[in-house]
Design a protein around this ligand. Structure first.
Ligand code: 4AD
Length: 474
């Protein structure tokens, strides 16, 4: 390590967010970041320096007459995207919209950014184009704001659960069990399947890394249930993987899910928790992310702040699946998929119910057992299960959850009906043999939440590196 003067380290420096909020006019400041824009006038050059700590950049003003030759030379090498260190004095800003600016005395170009080849020009770029340069897009206003929101919402998730005594459990990414039983799993193998096929041999999974077929997990639920039956209130929050062939603005092949699980709880407790959770997240976004929310309101979805604010104070509506179908049939809307009892609710149905019928969030419960996973508690009617989906306007389903089937015999029967081998789930069934108790939980799709909160339409724009059908670059 070379000898570095105190305060040299980047993390010890004040970031632009701190500089702008402290507003200590008269203080000497060095700020590092990237040039967002550069504008020359007769007497001065204005460089907006952006370091990602907040939406707003720091306006750096270089007086042409007072600048040294070295600074003028550095300014001539400064283009949009260049990495810079700017030193100067913080002064009151005469310009509207910014309380302070930096009266710059020196400039160091740390990394040039050739304008002729840099893909991000000053003009607005489409989100489609930005997806093709996912390594550079976090430098744009929209993706930068989405990244900060993502971080804030993750923090809000952990705060919510920790404040309520829930323990964070890390569930595995690699698994041998299909939680949802839908067969939409990515296989994880170290076998050379091509070579085996060429030899015309059958695949022997006992020779595979795990000695059996293994997959990437579609949900941490089954594992988190085991900790629920020991620690009481738990949650998991991690990446999950689904090989669904859904090329939509709502589906990812790799997405993050938050899954709480509550012991000695039934469906009404689950619904209560889900509602409180969503409201906590919206409150966090509105109260702690004002600057980025103002951007989403202005540039992405006008009216979003008022909409989210109104949801915070409204009680979520409840409706059984049977009533929801009756409501849809009664309305005679020209749906693409005609609704009938027993059909899976399509996004158009979910949106219609929350947007038109209710005008806000809605929890639909008690779905036909055929539509839902094996682990959901069977109702006494023998036809429906204690499932709940939280539907919100514009998005449709944001949460899926249920009370769990905690009766051993009924669970085994459910598995068999769904074509699952109970022996493969022996450890899950053990939870029903040793100290079984009612419990319930749900899964919130983190990216669906981010779409809801930011107003960003395509789910691929709220995750840094989207993984979807035919998309695994970067
Ligand atoms: O309804 P799902 O499939 O429920 C489960 O996985 C349960 N094991 C959760 C639980 O009870 N612990 O998925 C839960 C949520 C959905 O409501 C949706 O928000 C999100 O996960 N989701 C997806 N998000 C993005 N891309 C996909 N392909 C998604 N599939 C589900």
């Amino acid at each position: 390590m070379t000898n570095r003067p105190a305060g040299w380290y980047y993390y010890a420096m004040k970031d632009i967010k701190t500089i702008l909020s402290e507003r200590s006019v008269g203080s000497a400041v060095t700020a590092k970041g990237w040039a967002r824009t550069k504008r020359d006038t007769k007497n001065a050059t204005f460089v907006e320096l952006y370091d990602g700590s907040c939406f707003t950049g720091l306006q750096c003003v270089f007086d042409a007459a007072a600048s040294t030759e070295g600074t003028l030379a550095a300014l001539s090498r400064t283009t949009t995207g260049a990495a810079l260190a700017v030193t100067g004095t913080l002064v009151d800003s005469p310009a509207a919209g910014q309380p302070v600016e930096l009266k710059a005395t020196s400039l160091e170009v740390i990394g040039e950014c050739p304008a002729d080849s840099y893909p991000l020009q000053k003009k607005a770029h489409s989100l489609e184009f930005l997806r093709e340069i996912a390594h550079l897009r976090p430098r744009t206003n929209t993706i930068g704001a989405a990244a900060r929101m993502r971080d804030e919402m993750a923090y809000a998730v952990h705060t919510f659960f920790h404040d309520r005594g829930f323990r964070y459990v890390h569930t595995p990414v690699i698994t041998a069990s299909d939680c949802e039983g839908a067969g939409e799993m990515f296989q994880a193998t170290t076998l050379d399947l091509d070579a085996i096929a060429k030899r015309g041999e059958a695949v022997d999974y006992s020779k595979d890394f795990f000695g059996k077929k293994a997959f990437l997990s579609v949900s941490g639920q089954l594992n988190v249930e085991t900790y629920c039956m020991a620690l009481g209130k738990v949650y998991t929050f991690g990446p999950t993987f689904r090989a669904e062939n859904s090329n939509t603005t709502r589906h990812l092949a790799e997405f993050w899910m938050i899954e709480p699980e509550l012991a000695f709880a039934e469906l009404p407790d689950d619904m209560e928790l889900a509602e409180e959770f969503v409201k906590h997240l919206l409150t966090w976004a509105l109260e702690r992310c004002g600057e980025d929310m103002a951007f989403f309101e202005k540039r992405v979805q006008p009216g979003i702040i008022e909409m989210l604010d109104s949801v915070r104070t409204k009680k979520f509506a409840h409706m059984s699946y049977t009533d929801a179908i009756a409501e849809l049939e009664k309305r005679k809307e020209p749906f693409e998929f005609k609704p009938f009892w027993g059909c899976d609710l399509q996004t158009e149905h979910e949106r219609y119910l929350s947007e038109t019928v209710i005008g806000g969030p809605l929890i639909v419960t008690d779905y036909p057992k055929e539509l839902k996973a094996f682990y959901m508690r069977l109702n006494d009617d023998g036809k429906t299960v204690r499932a709940m989906d939280v539907l919100v306007p514009r998005i449709g389903e944001i949460i899926g959850g249920s009370e769990r089937e905690y009766r051993y015999d009924v669970l085994v029967e459910n598995m068999k009906t769904k074509g699952l081998d109970p022996a493969a789930y022996w450890w899950y069934l053990d939870l029903r043999r040793f100290g079984s108790a009612p419990h319930a939980g749900f899964g919130l799709g983190f990216e669906r939440l981010l779409r809801y909160v930011t107003g960003i339409e395509n789910i691929r724009d709220v995750i840094p590196f989207p993984r979807a059908v035919k998309q695994a670059d970067f």
